[in-house]
Design a protein around this ligand. Sequence first.
Ligand SMILES: Cc1cc2nc3c(=O)[nH]c(=O)nc-3n(C[C@H](O)[C@H](O)[C@H](O)COP(=O)(O)OP(=O)(O)OC[C@H]3O[C@@H](n4cnc5c(N)ncnc54)[C@H](O)[C@@H]3O)c2cc1C
Length: 400
Amino acid sequence: MTKKVLVLGSSFAGLTAAFTLKHDLHDDVDVTVVSPRNLFVFNPSLIWLPFGKRDRDDITFDVAPVLDEHGIDFIHQAATSIDPEAQTVSLADGSNQSYDYLVVATGYYNDLDVVDGFRENTTTITALPAAEESEQAWLKYLENPGDIVIGATQGASCFGAAYEFLFNTSYHLKKNKLKDRVKLTYVTSEPFLGHFGIGGLPNGDKLLGTFLKKEGIDVRLNASVDHFDDGAVTLSDGEQLPYSYSMFIPPFLGQDFLKDVPGLADPKGYIPVRDTYQTNDHDNIYAVGIAAQVTAPWQTPTPVGIPKTGFPTEQMAHVAAVNIASQIRGQVPHETKEFADIPAVCVMDAGNNGVIILADKMLPPRKHGVLIPGPQAHLMKLGFEKYFLWKMKGGHVALP
Ligand SMILES: Cc1cc2nc3c(=O)[nH]c(=O)nc-3n(C[C@H](O)[C@H](O)[C@H](O)COP(=O)(O)OP(=O)(O)OC[C@H]3O[C@@H](n4cnc5c(N)ncnc54)[C@H](O)[C@@H]3O)c2cc1C
């Protein structure tokens, strides 16, 4: 009988796993994607939304017709529970789906309760609707400009987006001829500039320090936020930074329902996995992308998370798909790729400039790591956005 693979999630990890499996096994596998969100969102472009450089139509597409073209079913529902013994997943509409193999690619949600007053008094860009709200706040700000604070709270992991947004804010302040009268401050839980949640790269702190100095940006390192009030953030050392506009990156959490499955997820909702991306207790349940647990090989004075960016997310999903295909063919899963050993490949945009980030491994110890600044990085990000959306929309997930 044809084996059935259920993929929970329709973003970077879920689509990559679903397309890879279907393209490999064709009619020898039934693939169904389950997700409460029918839109694929190219998150890296959310940094541009508040400034009106992109809107939702530019950076999203409907996954249902795209999956259908490739013979993959789509169910527009949230999964609410998993029964590993019965091999079923319950959905929000009360129905059940059975599976032979399950890929959990349910990513993150924003932990907006990390600090009192976050929800009410600051904006964020780490989800599409939130970035749209941040755009409204920016438009209001332009009517009555004042100081700005951009930051990443304790436990945040998406530092690349924080830096990108910081430098894009500085760029747009210049464009609006506000730069000279606005104090721009960066507040971060990182122990040093350019830590990025991956332990930093050679000369990264110096390079970012130079960037910040050139742009006249103040910085608070190793910072922990105590609370947000209307128009001010208070740090845990008591310092208060007033603002007329702010954007903070919160920590991410895995989906809560995963914690109800005995032994599956950690207290943050992330799923510990083997190098094959199989879960520890179940050979037929995989977890990939942000949903997979990754542990930091260091401790920082203020907690910082590890960014599970797009490239490693796709790599994890490929490994899982190859291994499921092996299992369906009656073989032992053999593909492995530890998160720490996946190369780091990222482009950090700064408005009309940027930095290309390359390293042989996501986490130290590394042999090579380099930051290449210059306007080519901005052009690269523009090109990458178009390329990636084309790639995902066409299901060309075998391409880099
Ligand atoms: C602002 C921002 C900027 C970024 N910039 C970059 C960048 O420049 N470069 C880079 O490489 N990476 C970047 N990233 C990281 C990148 O977005 C992530 O690596 C990627 O989103 C991870 O994909 P994922 O599929 O694991 O999880 P997610 O993108 O979180 O997707 C999770 C999926 O699961 C679905 N889901 C949720 N709950 C359920 C449920 N109960 N049942 C079924 N499905 C569910 C969701 O609807 C979604 O489809 C950025 C992220 C953000 C937020």
